[in-house]
Design a protein around this ligand. Structure first.
Ligand code: DHB
Ligand code: MG
Length: 225
């Protein structure tokens, strides 16, 4: 029913109804995450679908995700991969990774996805050392304090033309607070500072409203020179 005073969330429902539709695997993923006590901080359905479409539009065959949580965004990213594509997703918490593994398998995406458990910075160091195939898309949705370090690794691991996407770069406008005591803001501001006139990256950030309130994504493309 239409509300007299539609909220961002109502509009998200309308968008999902028309453009995305019901998705039992994703509903089951969110239910399993809640049952396992994971924090409900996944991307929204509309945002997840955007990630899938960006992966597909960029013909991604290798995707890196930092911050798996219960695998909600990983399901979308895996769906955006080509048939022989691979998603590598990094998660600190073994319990979260186990939930994500079940969710990805249940969604029929498990064979495309490696979940690497541990400190992301150590795992990223390992991926660089191993000379892991360059990634076409990197999605960062983990501890904001390390966003600048994740950008450094993303640049080491991404191919020219790759898309780098960072979640939660607006935080209801708190990104403007230079001395914020909100712990997630300084790391995000450092990311913006690094991207100012960056020699290898062209970037923008898009503010979003919806089921996840007021936040945003930062999107950067590695220059091809
Ligand atoms: C938080 C983290 C996220 O990645 C997100 O999308 C929303 C909230 C958090 O840590 O509070
Ligand atoms: Mg997030």
């Amino acid at each position: 029913m239409q509300s007299a005073d539609p909220s961002w969330s109502d509009v998200d429902d309308y968008i999902v109804d028309h453009l995305i539709g019901e998705d039992l695997a994703l509903d089951a993923c969110l239910a399993a995450n809640a049952a396992a006590g994971l924090p409900p901080i996944d991307v929204s359905f509309t945002q997840g679908r955007m990630l899938e479409l960006l992966a597909r539009a960029n013909r991604a065959e290798n995707i890196l995700e930092i911050g798996t949580l219960g695998g909600f965004s990983a399901i979308y990213l895996a769906r955006g991969l080509g048939d022989s594509g691979k998603l590598v997703t990094l998660e600190l918490e073994p319990d979260y990774a186990a939930v994500a593994r079940r969710n990805l398998d249940n969604a029929g995406q498990g064979s495309k996805v490696d979940i690497l458990v541990g400190e992301a910075l150590a795992t990223l160091h390992g991926l660089v050392e191993q000379g892991r195939a360059p990634f076409d898309l990197v999605f960062v949705d983990a501890d904001k304090q390390n966003y600048a370090a994740y950008l450094d690794y993303a640049l080491k691991l991404a191919r020219p033309g790759a898309l780098l996407i960072f979640d939660n770069v607006v935080r209801e406008g708190r990104v403007l607070e230079p001395n914020s005591d909100y712990p997630k803001v300084p790391g995000t501001r450092k990311l913006y500072e690094m991207l100012k006139n960056h020699p290898q990256l062209d970037a923008t950030a898009i503010q979003t409203v919806g089921a996840k309130k007021w936040d945003g994504f930062l999107i950067a493309v590695v220059r091809e020179e």
